[in-house]
Write a protein that binds this ligand. Structure first.
Ligand SMILES: [Zn+2]
Length: 240
């Protein structure tokens, strides 16, 4: 897990959980980055359950009054539909709307990483570029149409169909503020969440190695291979 954390550190945020997923599934990070976001997130939720347990504690702020909310979720509550490894996911999806015929595929981690979405870039621009990457062909009355020339209602229809085909890819939690009763939808990103946990765990573990190595002169590998109970007992004896 420390290796996976170290490999994740050097990647763009959206790709950071991939080395961990790779370590647990045996799939290469390259192959994982080509899974649809929903398929990837379903695998990350399964990984989260087996590594850190089924319960997740999330924090959010009410957009109306700023109240801080803490909510506890179970992994199974976050799984959308009956998606499993075995379920076939179409590689190409066809759509007909308003005379346009469009073929597209579902967005992947690789697509999002290559957009290099940064804070200063327009969210709408990023969304259009993502759709543009995923559209394989578009025609109107048999004539080829450039992706960027597609009308917004066609882009809208594509985005909506992506959500239907890959429901796990855009997880929205229904929130209600206990202080002011404001209701809203909060996006939940398991990749971001699990990376936060891995990062905290790795930082804590390195701190423990540091304290024991300094006190006893043990090697990192020996400290890491110790059972958690014994490591904790030595840490208690070393004190602060
Ligand atoms: Zn509120």
């Amino acid at each position: 897990m420390l290796d996976a954390w170290e490999k994740g550190l050097g990647r763009p945020p959206v790709e950071r959980p991939l080395p961990l997923l790779s370590a647990f599934t045996g799939e290469g990070t390259e192959a994982l980055s080509l899974l649809s976001i929903g398929r990837r997130d379903a695998a990350l939720l399964a990984l989260r359950e087996s590594v850190f347990g089924p319960r997740l504690v999330c924090v959010a702020s009410c957009p109306a009054c700023g109240e801080r909310l803490e909510l506890t979720l179970e992994v199974r509550e976050l799984l959308v539909g009956q998606q499993t490894e075995q379920t076939e996911q179409p590689s190409t999806i066809s759509l007909e709307t308003g005379g346009y015929e469009v073929s597209f595929r579902l967005p992947t981690t690789s697509d999002i990483a290559q957009l290099a979405i940064s804070q200063d870039k327009d969210v709408e621009w990023a969304r259009q570029m993502l759709l543009a990457r995923c559209v394989q062909s578009a025609t109107l009355g048999g004539a080829e149409v450039g992706v960027l020339n597609l009308p917004s209602n066609v882009l809208e229809a594509i985005a909506e169909r992506m959500g239907v085909e890959d429901p796990q890819g855009d997880l929205q939690l229904s929130m209600r503020c206990p202080a002011c009763a404001h209701g809203w939808q909060e996006a939940f990103d398991i990749g971001h969440f699990i990376w936060g946990e891995l990062n905290a765990w790795a930082t804590r573990t390195l701190g423990e190695v540091h304290r024991l190595a300094r006190a006893y002169g043990w090697r990192e590998a020996d400290i890491l291979s110790m059972s958690p109970l014994r490591r904790q007992m030595y840490l208690d004896m070393v004190g602060e």
